[in-house]
Design a protein around this ligand. Structure first.
Ligand code: PEP
Ligand code: MN
Length: 369
């Protein structure tokens, strides 16, 4: 059973935090100059409340730069002193927690490679128990909502109440335009399972290249995410980690100015009336779609019985190819996305095959038989 999680509102965390929660900074802390350069630029911009930088970097392959380690901690202290920004870093092992607490780090995050590891999350949760700093939980690398929820629950159960989920996309098994596939439905499901949990987006790791970061950031805002964590580096091309996806401080400020942080709701009568009418239309259309799907299924069943009686196989490749081709063509003409129609049809077809297989096995009585 899912643990009941009630996160207190972020505005009550006593740290001057607000929505949208904006976190920015380099992927990795590399030197005092680099850290201070970004922190000063962010503080001059004035819209970001939390500075981020990784000092322990769990890398995919050995031999890569694995972070400056505890040497970076004093730079965080300097950022706090000089700019008043809060500071956040990634913790992977309990020893990291001990060290960050000594240096007054304000927030920590559990990375995508760690949130997938229940024992490690438990160890971090034990180390963080009784300490009231916010903990950000990135989604695990694979698109497994239960594993993400599990990590959040493990932290919650050890008494950590200030939790934020960070959506950073999922590892693609196929080549894609983006470094990590967003699969927006997963964080949206998370939000409906844990409505009090703030969910922010890390568009840098989803995009993988700087040019696509604003587009992903806007998308997350449109989907009512509660904030952003963005990688910002003074000279991205020279970055020791993730050089392609980091924004310069100027590009980051410019992005913040162009993003449209929409209201999640509006009290205007016109807006409410419009929304109600539009929703009524959608309700009615959805009802019709379901009725049509049910009608379609009745016919599929009839065909199933017919195939069984005539001893014919269920799956007919030519027919399926024709269905796909003609429906995609029709959908495209009507302005629908090809992948959308294709996945819809695949779902409908899969269910039809399943139904006919049941009929063929003879374990499903069919109306009228
Ligand atoms: C990071 O934020 O720099 C990072 C390593 O992220 P992730 O764990 O999402 O890969
Ligand atoms: Mn990174």
């Amino acid at each position: 059973m899912q643990t009941k999680i009630e996160i207190p509102p972020i505005t009550d965390w006593g740290q001057n935090l607000n929505f949208p929660l904006l976190i920015a900074g380099p992927c990795s802390a590399e030197s005092e100059e680099q850290v201070m350069g970004v922190a000063r630029a962010l503080s001059n911009d004035g819209r970001v409340r939390v500075f981020r930088a990784g000092i322990w970097k769990p890398r995919t392959r050995p031999g890569s730069f694995e972070g400056v380690g505890k040497d970076g901690l004093k730079w965080f202290s300097q950022v706090k002193r000089e700019t008043g920004l809060m500071v956040a870093t990634e913790v992977v092992m309990p020893q990291h927690v001990e060290m960050v607490l000594k240096y007054g780090i304000d927030m920590v995050w559990v990375g995508a490679r760690t949130s997938a590891n229940p024992f490690l999350v438990d160890q971090l949760a034990d180390a963080l128990a009784g300490v009231n700093i916010p903990v950000l939980v990135k989604n695990p690398v694979s698109p497994d909502l239960e594993l993400w929820i599990g990590a959040i629950e493990r932290l919650w159960r050890s008494g950590i109440k200030r939790l934020v989920a960070v959506h950073r996309g999922f590892h693609p098994y196929e080549r894609s335009r983006l470094r990590n596939i967003p699969k927006w439905e997963i964080p949206i499901d998370l939000k409906s399972r844990m409505p009090s949990l703030p969910v922010i987006c890390d568009p840098s790791h989803i995009a993988g290249i700087a040019a696509l970061v604003p587009e992903i950031a806007q998308r997350s805002i449109d989907l009512s995410f509660d904030g952003l964590m963005v990688e910002v580096h003074p000279l991205p091309s020279a970055a020791l980690t993730d050089p392609l996806q980091q924004l310069t401080p100027d590009a980051f400020s410019q992005m913040l100015s162009t993003l449209n942080f929409r209201d999640t709701s509006s009290n205007s009568h016109e807006y409410i009336d419009f929304l109600e009418q539009a929703r009524n239309k959608i309700d009615s259309i959805d009802q019709q779609i379901i009725e049509l799907l049910a009608n379609r299924m009745r016919i599929v069943e009839q065909i199933g019985v017919y195939k069984r009686n005539n001893n014919v196989t269920i799956f007919q490749l030519r027919r399926w190819e024709k269905i796909l081709e003609s429906r995609i063509e029709c959908g495209e003409k009507m302005g629908l996305d090809v992948d959308y129609i294709k996945s819809l049809l695949q779902l409908v077809h899969k269910e039809s095959i399943k139904k006919q297989a049941e009929i063929l096995r003879g374990n499903k009585p069919v109306n009228g038989e």
